[in-house]
Design a protein around this ligand. Structure first.
Ligand SMILES: N[C@@H](CCC(=O)N[C@@H](CS)C(=O)NCC(=O)O)C(=O)O
Length: 270
């Protein structure tokens, strides 16, 4: 199959779903084959974009040179793998591919649990949400113990499953910062987390996955930690923590106490 001339991805720069596509292309050394165009999540979607998506607002979307639109990061990921088959990121062997597909199917609940946790505003629910998050990690740990007990990644190298999960390991820096959440270190833990920790830490450090930093995530996702997702404005605020200007690098680190304090635009350097 020949690759189309130039593909366009419309995306929100810090979006984890879009980072999946960037990681896949980085692994292939083909980042320049796709034109990433930035959409500001704090503004209503432009008419031209809504026309392309037939009214849906979720990003990323991929636009082919013929103007056809693909939605859903996992669908787009597979499309990129198919049009740029070399070097392959997905496993070629049918059994191995099925195993990585099974792992991919765990991403939805993992992601939802982390976002529900960070957006929670009720201190009484914290412990239950922490336990729910640990259950998700335990499930990944168990999967890795079944299919790859001794290695680092699911297979020999950082591949498909790592491309799917790493953006969420990175977003969940917001749980570390705002919820003091991390995998327990002291033995004994029941169930254990050593295997998934090894996997997560290697994923976080991989050179193909460095599109965002902890500082950027913590600063941009402040509003999520206060219960406002997708660029929505919190009461008393004029600006979302997701705005492009002022740039996050020049802003102070937000207050960690999400339950006891609501920072103003000024405190956040907005
Ligand atoms: N299931 C979709 C989820 C995409 C998604 O939720 N993207 C977020 C940005 S991280 C978004 O566009 N939110 C704004 C909206 O849905 O209007 C995928 O995998 O692509």
């Amino acid at each position: 199959m020949t690759a189309p001339a130039k593909l366009i991805v419309h995306h929100i720069p810090v979006c984890p779903f879009s980072q999946r596509l960037e990681i896949l292309l980085a692994l292939k050394g083909l980042r320049n084959r796709v034109d990433f165009r930035v959409v500001d999540i704090t503004q209503p979607r432009a008419e031209w974009l809504l026309k392309k998506t037939r009214g849906t607002t979720a990003l990323p979307i991929l636009e082919t040179p013929e103007g056809r639109i693909l939605k859903e990061s996992l669908v787009i990921l597979q499309y990129l793998e198919d049009v740029f088959p070399q070097p392959a990121v997905a496993q070629a062997d049918p059994y191995r591919r099925a195993v990585e597909n099974m792992m991919t199917r765990l991403e939805g609940e993992f992601c939802t649990q982390g976002y529900v946790f960070v957006m929670n505003q009720n201190p009484e629910r914290r412990e239950a949400l922490r336990e729910g998050m640990l259950k998700q990690y335990a499930r990944l740990n168990d999967f890795l113990m079944e299919h790859a007990p001794d290695g680092t990644y699911l297979f020999e190298d950082f591949g498909w499953a790592e491309t799917v999960f790493t953006p969420f390991f990175m977003r969940f820096w917001f749980l570390e910062y705002y919820e003091d959440f991390d995998l327990p270190h002291e033995p004994p833990h029941e169930p254990p987390y050593e295997r998934v920790r090894r996997w997560r830490d290697a994923c976080l450090a991989h050179p193909a996955a460095q599109q965002v930093s902890k500082e950027e995530i913590v600063k941009l996702y402040y509003d999520y930690a206060k219960g406002a997702g997708n660029g929505a404005l919190l009461p008393g605020r004029q600006r979302s923590s997701f705005v492009f200007e002022p740039d996050w690098r020049g802003r102070p680190w937000p207050p960690k106490d999400k339950y006891g304090h609501s920072a103003t635009d000024e405190e956040l350097g907005l």
